[in-house]
Structures are given as C-alpha cells and as structure tokens.
Design a protein around this ligand. Structure first.
Ligand SMILES: [Zn+2]
Length: 109
C-alpha cells in the first residue's frame, strides 16, 4: 500500500559491517550505490568494516583537557608566559616600539 503511493523502490542490497566489539550492522544500500569502506556501529559508535576478521581499530580518545590546556595549546605566547612568567613582556602606552622590555611579575598572595 505504501509502496504504491510512493512509487517503485530502487533495488537494494544488505551489506554487513563489523566493529571491533563484535557487533554486526547490516544497512541497506541501492544496488548501484558506491559502498563505503566503514560504517558507524549503532550499538557502540565504533567504526565498522566489511571484514569480520579484521574490523577497524577502535578510535583513541584523547585524555580530558582543561579549558586552560586548550588555550595554552592554541596560544604559544601563553605557553611561553606559563613557562617563564618572570620574562613576561608588556606594552606600555608610552613606548609601544620597545616590546622586548621585560616586566617583573608579582606573585598573587
Ligand atoms: Zn559495535
């Protein structure tokens, strides 16, 4: 009944994909579709491959990083300041051309 209203469906094929946790997923593809090498496993989210004997490796999760760690990663100047706060360079309104003048940093108490 539904098929008559929507027209004829394209011929399909079921293809098996296997993840590293031993799950099998069988999505349907059109016969003329180009088959993907991997498919995300709907049960565990790992990538699944076509060969059950050699499923793709599980993705490596990066360890948790703090917001400050991400900021330091993006900003090399932040890393420099973190490594050598005693060498912190500041711009003064009086003399912006002399940017290499070191400024003493007081430690917060
Ligand atoms: Zn899985």
């Amino acid at each position: 009944m539904g098929e008559k209203e929507r027209g004829e469906s394209a011929p399909r094929q079921r293809v098996s994909f296997f993840c590293a946790n031993g799950h099998e997923v069988r999505p349907a593809f059109a016969l003329e579709a180009v088959l993907p090498d991997t498919w995300d496993c709907p049960r565990c989210g790992f990538p699944a491959g076509r060969e059950s004997a050699a499923p793709p490796n599980a993705p490596r999760n990066e360890p948790y990083k703090t917001h400050l760690a991400y900021v330091r990663k993006r900003c090399s100047a932040c890393a420099l300041v973190a490594a050598r706060p005693d060498r912190l360079v500041a711009l003064s309104d009086r003399d912006r051309s002399d940017v290499r003048r070191p400024v003493t940093v007081r430690k917060a108490r």
